[in-house]
Design a protein around this ligand. Structure first.
Ligand code: PGA
Length: 246
């Protein structure tokens, strides 16, 4: 694990964007695994600026997103497809046909099967971007008794519903289910980069990356990844031993 510490959220986004841009420079046709949520917004903003300035190029890249709410269509402003269009895809020179998000409107079991077939056909993810939930989830892989390998339907935990209610008019509107990529393609990615900011994530960062590897804290499995980058602000990394941070 390599840890990058930023002063604040803005700098975290710029560090993360530089790492994605470096990946695209080395391998223009990279397959990027992408995440939603508030944490990566600054990274997408910085990537859009780099692309508009001609400093990075998405024209040969492909992307696969981690998850989507069951029942939300791409036109729904709370859907993750809508989020990606708004924050990244419409602002960079990526080809629409090269962007993939699980289908929230299909029968969930069918959507899962199709997404695994898609992942198999695309091959190994080059750089997987992740956030982390306050309960340690990655994607929507919630704490459970085992690490689910394949794309699956998940009942969102109460803490996730509460955390995500801020994006909806009310908590009652947050979908209860989502389709999420499993742990296998994440762990199989060549590089994994997890972004985290804010004091409220400091405790879970400590548990995930210095505690035991357990499906009760899904992100803890990243301790097994040979090329894992943790990019966090000072507050989120505050409970880690200073010697771990470079
Ligand atoms: P957040 O979500 O970036 O909105 O905090 C992260 C996550 O739940 O993975």
């Amino acid at each position: 694990m390599k840890i990058y510490r930023s002063e604040d959220e803005r700098e975290m986004g710029m560090i993360a964007a530089d790492l994605v841009a470096a990946q695209l420079r080395v391998k223009p046709n990279s397959l990027l695994g992408l995440a939603t949520g508030s944490t990566p917004v600054g990274m997408y903003e910085a990537l859009a600026e780099l692309c508009q300035a001609g400093k990075t190029d998405f024209s040969a890249a492909k992307t696969v997103n981690l998850d989507e709410y069951v029942s939300l269509s791409p036109e729904n402003e709370q859907s993750y497809r809508y989020f990606m269009q708004k924050h990244l895809f419409e602002r960079v020179n990526i080809l629409p046909r090269n962007t993939f998000v699980p289908d929230g409107t299909a029968d969930p079991a069918v959507a899962c099967k199709r997404y695994d077939e898609l992942l198999d056909s695309l091959g190994r993810i080059d750089l997987q971007v992740l956030g982390i939930g306050r309960n340690g989830h990655i994607g929507f892989n919630e704490p459970s008794d085992d690490f689910p390998c394949d794309t699956h339907v998940v009942e969102l935990s109460e803490s996730t519903i509460e955390a995500n209610a801020r994006f909806f008019a009310s908590k009652a509107e947050v979908p209860r289910r989502a389709v999420t990529m499993g742990i296998r393609p994440i762990l199989y990615a060549r590089t994994v980069m997890l972004l985290v900011c804010g004091e409220e994530k400091a405790e879970i960062v400590k548990r995930a990356f210095t505690g035991p590897v357990t499906p009760r804290v899904p992100a803890s499995i990243l301790q097994l990844h040979p090329n894992f980058l943790l990019v966090g602000d000072r507050a989120a990394l505050s409970l880690l031993d200073g010697s771990m941070v470079c």
